[in-house]
Write a protein that binds this ligand. Sequence first.
Ligand SMILES: Cc1cc2nc3c(=O)[nH]c(=O)nc-3n(C[C@H](O)[C@H](O)[C@H](O)COP(=O)(O)OP(=O)(O)OC[C@H]3O[C@@H](n4cnc5c(N)ncnc54)[C@H](O)[C@@H]3O)c2cc1C
Length: 383
Amino acid sequence: MDLTFSEQETSFRDELRDWLAENPPVPRPVEGGEDAQLAWRRDWQRRLYEGGWAAPHWPVEYGGRGATPTESAIYFEEIGRARVPMAANILGLLLGGPTLMAWGTPEQKERYLEPILSAEEIWCQGFSEPDAGSDLASLKTRAVKRGEEWVVSGQKVWTSAAQHAKWCMLVARTDVDAEKHKGLTYFLMDMEQDAVQVRPLRQITGEAEFNELFIEEATIPDANVVGGAGNGWKVALTTLMNERAGLGFALQIRLRQLLDDLIAIAAERGLMADPLHADSLAELHVRCESIRLLAWKGLTDVERYGQPGPEGSLVKWLWSETNQRLTQLAVDIVGPEAMTGGTSWSYELLRARGNTIEGGTTEVLKNIVAERVLGLPRLKAAA
Ligand SMILES: Cc1cc2nc3c(=O)[nH]c(=O)nc-3n(C[C@H](O)[C@H](O)[C@H](O)COP(=O)(O)OP(=O)(O)OC[C@H]3O[C@@H](n4cnc5c(N)ncnc54)[C@H](O)[C@@H]3O)c2cc1C
């Protein structure tokens, strides 16, 4: 792993830095609630799109810049450093687009990729169900073919951004007699139909980031099957691999920023002279650096082998635990403000609770690290 940038990588970084300096986002709206926040993020993504910076990691033919994994990392680092809003259609950009590029028909790519980039259409991910989270392949939502369309019924849960989404990456069971991983199909479901009811779930932070979906005979044209009927597990794995690889890099940068903010507050308040605080901050610094280097190593694997390795699970596990420790320490350093609703530190503290669940729970990630990174024997079910 060589972390020295080539000339091409340096000029990519400088071009992006210049663009960000010349195109600062408008300030975050203080009024108007979640709708105003979404409109603000949508506007920002539209400007990225117009400037050619919405998804540099996408191939040029699909509206990206064909950025190498290292350039993509530079992109996330610079975007993070500039502290700009998160793109409104993050699931479309990081998960949906790359899945369609890998599995979609030419017509699907032509129809869906551009509105993902411009944030004209927001995407959500309808995988988890009340009895199928870690064990995704046991999902029960059913899709039955009727003529040229599929009729879908079932329930999804934790569906982030579903209340804003036009399209849902939906995995449903299409063959009840096949083995559980084989009877699944991956669909693009239009969220704008009465048969799909979205019920927001309010989180501990006060915001309704995710939702329950109640699907009662929703229809999906056969043309919206991605990767062929019965092939849903493989297509879903593409989505999940992109989730861990893409988000992992962006999140470790956000972690570094939070730590820098916390160190600045500790220094301002003279707390760096206190050995207990200094020790805790130093430990977080070491963790952040380890996560950063592991994330870069993951990129090197993508460059070498064409796909992220199982080490991505280690990054996600370490990141989520470190973010929880950091936000907990912030309560000691920042004081009562960090426990007061409506402040940014209290938001970070509360939102961090979900980190060890979303995108794969820590226990499941530890199993992956044990079996696929360390080569330990597979876990056996108790007799
Ligand atoms: C903020 C947030 C956003 C989310 N967004 C989405 C989304 O947009 N779309 C979507 O489809 N899903 C989403 N999810 C759901 C997420 O992927 C699931 O919550 C996660 O996969 C865990 O599934 P579960 O909640 O059903 O828990 P379960 O799988 O039921 O797990 C319950 C407990 O059992 C443990 N466990 C389970 N299996 C094993 C095992 N084999 N070995 C050891 N321990 C085990 C788990 O670690 C956990 O502690 C989101 C979740 C969160 C928190």
